[in-house]
Design a protein around this ligand. Structure first.
Ligand code: GRF
Length: 215
């Protein structure tokens, strides 16, 4: 058990629904707090969500500049960095500075349907084009290569015959909003990122147990 609140910095470029899930779970007695929301995109929906929650925000002008990205995160004293719909490549030196302490959420079952260009709608179009009958959400440690770091947690969901990229994205987003807070809160309790399993995970509207893989 960590002996102080675990400080979480979130990088987000878009609507920020995963950020919102974290904000909603990191309150009260929870062992983690979001202490910073940073973005490359001044119009990111994540920004008003952060402001509403009273969380400091930062717009990163040059996302390729390792010193400034690392500085934003270290100045906020973050223990864990969460990439939640962050569309810029994190500079190698920043990844190295947060090795083992930076996670990304991806809307497919990695290592399939990941890598450069695989974000947003493209992911779900590729899944549907492949004929895969299962997709899902993955959380992995960030390494210099897009979407290739060690997998921390996954949650499979079915691909239905009449799915569109939008319907599949929405089904996966629903489980992302449970998986991400579970991983972050477990990391806060352990003081380090721990691999998790979603026990009996399937999409039936129920909340499943998401527990550490190794006790
Ligand atoms: C999510 O599907 C996430 O997996 C991906 O980008 C999307 C972000 O959505 N990396 P939101 O901004 O959290 O709503």
């Amino acid at each position: 058990m960590a002996d102080r609140t675990y400080r979480v910095g979130v990088l987000a470029s878009g609507g920020g629904t995963n950020l919102q899930a974290l904000l909603d779970h990191c309150v009260g007695e929870a062992p983690a707090r979001v202490v910073l929301v940073a973005t490359n995109n001044p119009r990111a929906g994540a920004l008003p969500r952060a402001r509403t929650a009273g969380i400091p925000t930062q717009i990163i002008e040059d996302c390729a500049d390792a010193a400034s990205v690392t500085g934003v995160l270290t100045n906020a004293g973050v223990d864990l960095v969460v990439l939640a719909g962050y569309l810029k490549l994190v500079p190698d030196q920043t990844v190295a500075a947060f090795a083992g302490r930076m996670i990304n959420i991806h809307p497919a079952l990695l290592p399939a349907f990941g890598g450069p260009g695989m974000y947003g709608r493209q992911v779900h179009e590729a899944v549907l084009a492949s004929g895969a009958t299962v997709s899902g959400a993955s959380i992995h440690l960030v390494t210099p290569e897009y979407d290739r770091g060690p997998i921390i947690a996954q949650w499979p969901v079915p691909v239905l015959p009449d799915d569109t990229p939008e319907s599949l994205a929405a089904r996966i987003l629903t489980v992302e909003h449970q998986l991400l807070p579970a991983v972050v809160l477990a990391a806060a309790r352990a003081g380090r990122v721990v691999r998790m399993v979603a026990r009996g995970a399937h999409f039936n509207g129920d909340t499943v147990d998401i527990v550490p893989a190794e006790q």
